[in-house]
Design a protein around this ligand. Structure first.
Ligand SMILES: *[C@@H]1O[C@H](CO)[C@@H](O)[C@H](O)[C@H]1NC(C)=O
Ligand SMILES: *[C@@H]1O[C@H](CO)[C@@H](O)[C@H](O)[C@H]1NC(C)=O
Length: 98
């Protein structure tokens, strides 16, 4: 009997894990991305030591994402201030939008 219960428990666990994973994947796909970037010098607003790079993929555009106290900031990867700032920061995972 207990073997059967274990089997059912394992089955439920794997169903649960499976759904958690696909929900996480769906959430990351739905995560808002940068559809436009700013080239205005926002250095003063940027906080933290890390940034992320966003690859282009319609409707998302290639962007450097900094953190500010108001949330993520989509910056123009070719703007000078962005390059200056990014050079001193650690790049987090590179993510590609699908
Ligand atoms: C951007 O602004 C910061 C100060 O907020 C300044 O130190 C920096 O030189 C500026 N960068 C450019 C490329 O204008
Ligand atoms: C980056 O770090 C260097 C050396 O620590 C420093 O001279 C430079 O001003 C920093 N640049 C920015 C944009 O913070």
């Amino acid at each position: 009997m207990s073997v059967k219960i274990h089997t059912i428990a394992l089955l439920l666990l794997s169903v649960y894990l499976c759904c958690q994973l696909s929900a996480a994947r769906r959430a990351s796909r739905r995560r808002p991305c940068c559809v436009q970037v700013t080239s205005r010098n926002m250095s003063a607003e940027v906080v933290g030591e890390t940034y992320r790079e966003q690859a282009a993929g319609s409707p998302c555009v290639k962007a450097i994402i900094f953190h500010t106290n108001d949330g993520p900031l989509c910056a123009d990867p070719i703007a000078q201030w962005v390059m200056d700032l990014a050079a001193n920061m650690t790049k987090l995972i590179l993510f590609i939008w699908m």
